[in-house]
Every structure is written in C-alpha cells, then in structure tokens.
Design a protein around this ligand. Structure first.
Ligand code: NZQ
Ligand code: ZN
Length: 390
C-alpha cells in the first residue's frame, strides 16, 4: 500500500426533506450572501429551487441566482458567475443540481478571489490557494462532485474539456443528499449516473499497487451494491431505498475512499472527456462505451486485476484460461450497461463518423504523451482503444 493523505471535510446531510436545512447550513458556514447556481430547468420544474430559496431566505441570507448551466458545463457561465459574485460580494456558492452545476459553482468559487484567469487552474498554470465556500443540494447521483475536490469545465473556444483537482479548497463544506429529489430523473440519466459511479470505482481498482486489500474489497463491495440496486431503480423510479443506496454509492465512489493507498488510472476518463468535449454526449454514456473497450485492450497487456474483477465482481467462473475469465467479466459488464439502456459502442452513442485523429491529438495535447497508470498508453494505444470502442 502507498502512503496517502485522505482529507474529506464535507458535512453530508442525507435523507428525506433535508433540502429544507440548506439555509441553516449556509449560515452555519458563515454565509450571509449566497449565489444559487442551477441547471436547465429540472430544479425549477420540480419546485426544489423554490424550497431551497425559501430556506435560505428564512435563514436570513441574501440570494443571487445563476441558472441555465448546461450538461458538460462551459467556461462562459463561470466568467458570468465570477463577475456577478464579485460585484455583489457573494460569500458562498449553493449548487442545486448535478456534476455540471456543482463543477461550475466550484470554478466560480476558485475564480472569485484569484486575480488571473480562472482557466489557469485547469491548464495547471496556477493552484487554488483560496476559494469561496461551496454548498450542494444534489439532484443526480453520478459525478460524485458533491464529495470530490474536482471540477471539470469545457472551454467553448477550443473545445478543451479539462479538470482541476483542489481537494483542500474545493470540497463542498456541506452536501445535502435527499434521494427523493432523484425520482424525477429520466431513466437514461439514471443509467448514465450508474455508469459514471462504476467508472470512478474502476479507475481506482485497476491499479498495480500491491497489498491494497481494503481498497480492493471496498471497490468490489460498492460495485456489487450498485449492480444490485440499479435495476431496482430502473424498474421502480420511486423505490426510495434503492435510490438512497445509489445516491450514497455515487458519493463513496468518488470522494477518494475507494482509492486510498493505490496508484489510480484515469485513462478511460481522459479518453471519454475528449468524446464529450467534441460530441457533447452525456459523460456516463461515453464511459459505458470507453471503459469496456479499455478493459478489452488490457486483457492482452496487463491481465491480473481483470481476472480478479471478473471473478469477484461479476461472479465469473474462475477456472480456465485467465484471458477468457477476464473477457467474461467484460462481457457481463457490457450486458449490464445494455440492460440499463446505455450505449456500448461509439455508433450506439450516435457518433457514426468519429474523428479519431482529432480525439487522439486533443487527448495527448491535453493530458500528455503517456496516459494512465495501469498500462501507460501511447498515441497508438489510445487510437486502438477508440477504434475498439467504435
Ligand atoms: O439541467 P437540468 O434541467 O437540471 O437537467 C439535468 C441535466 O440535463 C438533469 N437532471 C439533474 N438532476 C435531475 C435532472 N433531471 C430531472 N430530475 C433531476 N433530479 O440531468 C442532466 C445531467 O446533469 P449533469 O449535472 O450534467 O450530470 P452529472 O452529475 O452526470 O454531471 C456530469 C458532468 O460532471 C463531470 C462530467 O464530465 C460532466 O461534465 N464530472 C465531474 C466530476 C467531478 N467534479 O468530480 C467527476 C466526473 O468524472 C465527471 O467528469
Ligand atoms: Zn466520471
């Protein structure tokens, strides 16, 4: 096991009606002026936004609003938010939504006290030393941004989709998680969330670090729970307990718990980000396509963890040729994604003529010549994996 620091100071408030506590929590963490950030309309339609604003007003905070955050969120909204927050002297961002809304709020939070261009953080030119506080009311279990110190933003001009990692400054101070808020999710978004949270665990699980039994077993256990709970939610979107388990799984998958002590991979995420940057597809759907292709490539390059994964997570028979065992695990993963209505090829994702040259070029320009850790991937390797995903 490798040395590690695990620092996760977020206060999670979980359960029915918990969004009513948002005002009290904002005040508890020192805010009197807040900027409420939300998406394209789901929070308005469901009445959630009104409940959040009522709680904030009742607690005595002054509210400003920034709505219309789109999936695969863009830099232009971040600039707008930074300007508004500076002008009004906002002290805290309240993100009401999923990864796209939360990541926009985090980028604004980092950008407000910074004299330069907030995009410097995403280019790795500057580190986030100071940020406004971020509070979250989560509406979709998927990206895990409610517990992570990450933000992922796309620059409209260059179509670069980049992430920043600032766990000390950017983990939300509180995250409200009411599973009932996810009842209104369309089945496709629920499924995308499932693929994303599974991918967050698998990026950590496929590691060459030895003797990480606790992390391995945590990963396997949470994956198995997701595999059991997801079909229940697809069958009955109002199954509170299944929704609750998925919501917590999405947080556990990405706040770092599952990867402590391991060298993590993240090549599949980097490869997917180029797909969603160019073709504006849902991140989770992109992962359902890319991850199994990455795994299939790995069966002929670094087999050991894939065999363990197939046997322990998918109950594949352990006997026989190890490559066949690994392939059976991947087959079961693909079948599971398909059963949720997710695409498993780029074509099924609606990309009939993927521009492989551009994806590979952008990928290595953004992330370096070698990608990932389980096996370090060259341009030839990533092109081959994109081709397999097609
Ligand atoms: O915009 P609205 O109308 O709210 O609709 C959203 C959006 O269309 C809808 N939705 C959310 N909650 C809903 C709902 N619809 C009905 N009822 C509800 N309760 O769902 C759609 C997707 O929302 P989005 O926030 O984009 O989803 P997600 O949470 O999957 O976030 C995806 C973004 O997060 C990034 C992804 O790359 C992508 O840009 N990621 C962020 C990470 C992080 N910060 O740690 C890590 C991830 O790996 C990921 O890269
Ligand atoms: Zn993800």
């Amino acid at each position: 096991m490798n040395n590690f620091i695990f620092y996760s100071p977020t206060e999670f408030v979980f359960g029915k009606d918990t969004e009513k506590q948002v005002g009290g929590l904002a005040v508890k963490y020192g805010a009197s002026k807040v900027l409420v950030v939300y998406g394209g309309g789901s929070a308005k339609r469901s009445g959630l936004l009104d409940r959040v604003k009522r709680s904030l007003t009742d607690a005595g905070t002054v509210i400003y609003e920034l709505g219309g955050i789109q999936p695969n969120p863009v830099d232009t909204k971040v600039y707008e938010g930074i300007e508004l927050a500076r002008r009004e002297g906002v002290e805290m961002l309240i993100a009401v939504g999923g990864g796209s809304v939360i990541d926009t709020a985090k980028a604004i939070a980092a950008g407000v006290p910074y004299e330069g261009d907030f995009w410097d953080f995403f280019l790795g030119k500057a580190e986030v030393k100071k940020a406004l506080k971020v509070g979250v009311v989560l509406t979709i279990p998927a990206a895990g941004s409610e517990g992570s110190g990450d933000s992922v933003i796309t620059k409209v001009e260059t179509l670069q989709k980049l992430g920043m990692h600032a766990p000390e400054a950017l983990r939300p101070v509180f995250s409200i998680m009411n599973p009932e808020l996810t009842y209104t999710l369309p089945p496709f978004q629920t499924a995308c969330g499932v693929a994303d949270m599974m991918a967050h665990i698998m990026e950590r699980y496929f590691s060459n670090t030895k003797e990480v039994e606790v992390s391995d077993r945590l990963c396997e256990g949470v994956l198995k729970a997701i595999i059991e709970e997801a079909p229940k939610v697809m069958a009955d979107p109002h199954d509170y307990d299944a929704r609750a388990n998925l919501m917590w799984a999405g947080m556990v998958a990405h706040n770092g718990t599952c990867g402590v002590g391991c060298e993590e991979d993240w090549a599949s995420h980097a490869m997917e980000h180029e797909v969603s940057a160019l073709y504006d597809v849902a991140h989770g759907a992109g992962l359902a396509v890319i991850f199994p292709a990455w795994m299939t490539w790995m069966t002929t390059h670094n087999l050991h963890k894939l065999v363990q994964y197939a046997v322990r997570v998918w109950d594949a028979p352990a006997e026989g040729n190890p490559e066949a065992v690994a392939l059976e695990g991947i087959r079961r993963l693909r079948r599971f994604f398909s059963s949720l209505g997710l695409p498993i090829t780029l074509r099924e994702l609606g990309i009939d003529h993927p521009d492989m040259d551009r994806m590979v070029e952008n990928l290595h320009r953004n992330k370096g010549e070698l990608l990932g850790n389980y096996v370090k991937l060259t341009r030839e390797d990533t092109r081959e994996i994109y081709r397999m995903a097609y």
